[in-house]
Design a protein around this ligand. Structure first.
Ligand SMILES: [Zn+2]
Length: 295
């Protein structure tokens, strides 16, 4: 691959212009940048003669009109990775503009699909096929979509559209009770162990992520290191509440992000209680006191 061919893949997302990342994958980024959404939500158009859209984003008329214009009458289906407000609410308006069917895991948060997709479902976009993988953790109804793209010389890329399961450069929040850390770690492990190996990740936020196995194992070791730090902090404290644990464990993270870190710590502690590595009278209460198990 020459440098010029590599360039579009590494283009940072920016609202307002469509980027052809690879033949068969275009990205349009919604104008909703923030700490949580990075440069904004990525909407992907996948396919050639017929297209599937992944994550229409928020109900943002200009963005949806651009997606419909690039699709140019070829859009057959609108998929969502999950029903959070930065991913799914644009589905109905995009369907109205294009006549495409809306598909997702379930009807929730105001999202009303025309059809349901779940673990193992296949969605065809002309000569491309997307396979849905149920990846709970960030949200219980989270799906990733996997496709194989053949490039020059028969080289096949296994591309994962990862939604908020894996992001480029912004924070994946695991917010209980719908967010579940044990499920999240399990979903990451599953992706890492898949054969054939995932080669390229197209995240819901941020740039494309080549070297997918490294990215996924980095995510796993990051979470497990945080978990070990939480257990360590709890042992030092004897018994602690989340607002005491966060500053000890997240000393590398700006204080502005500590409210989000509290949710992650809560999610880790709930996982530790399930594994009998910590105790708590009421794991459903974010203000509860937690104790590390003795061993
Ligand atoms: Zn989300």
């Amino acid at each position: 691959m020459t440098e010029a061919e590599r360039d579009p893949l590494l283009t940072p997302p920016a609202a307002g212009k469509a980027v052809e990342l690879l033949p068969g994958i275009a990205r349009l980024t919604a104008p909703n940048p923030s700490v949580m959404t990075g440069p904004g939500t990525n909407t992907y158009l996948v396919g050639r003669r017929e297209l599937v859209a992944i994550d229409p984003g928020p109900e943002e008329a200009g963005h949806l009109r651009s997606v419909a214009a690039v699709a140019d009458g070829r859009l057959r289906a609108i998929l969502v990775t999950h029903t959070h407000p930065d991913h799914a609410p644009g589905a109905a308006a995009l369907a109205e503009l294009t006549g495409a069917r809306v598909l997702g895991f379930d009807a929730r948060d105001g999202f009303e699909p025309d059809g349901l997709v779940g673990e193992g479902s296949t969605i065809e976009a002309g000569d491309l096929v997307l396979r849905a993988l149920h990846t709970p953790g960030h949200a219980s109804n989270h799906l990733c979509y996997l496709t194989a793209l053949e490039g020059k010389g028969g080289h096949v890329s296994h591309v994962l559209f990862s939604g908020d399961h894996i992001m480029g450069g912004s924070t994946v929040v695991i917010a209980p009770p719908d967010g579940d850390m044990a499920a999240y770690v399990g979903s990451l492990r599953r992706l890492l162990e898949m054969e054939p190996k995932i080669t390229l990740i197209a995240p819901g936020h941020g740039p494309m992520l080549p070297r997918a196995p490294e990215v996924i194992s980095g995510y796993l070791s990051h979470r497990l290191a945080r978990e070990a730090a939480i257990v360590g902090a709890l042992r030092v404290l004897g018994s602690g509440v989340i607002s005491e644990i966060v500053p000890a464990v997240y000393d590398d993270v700006p204080e502005a992000l500590h409210p989000i870190a509290r949710l992650s710590v809560w999610a880790h502690l709930r996982k530790l209680v399930d594994e009998k590595r910590a105790f708590c009278d009421d794991p459903d209460d974010i203000t509860a006191s937690w104790v590390a198990s003795g061993d």
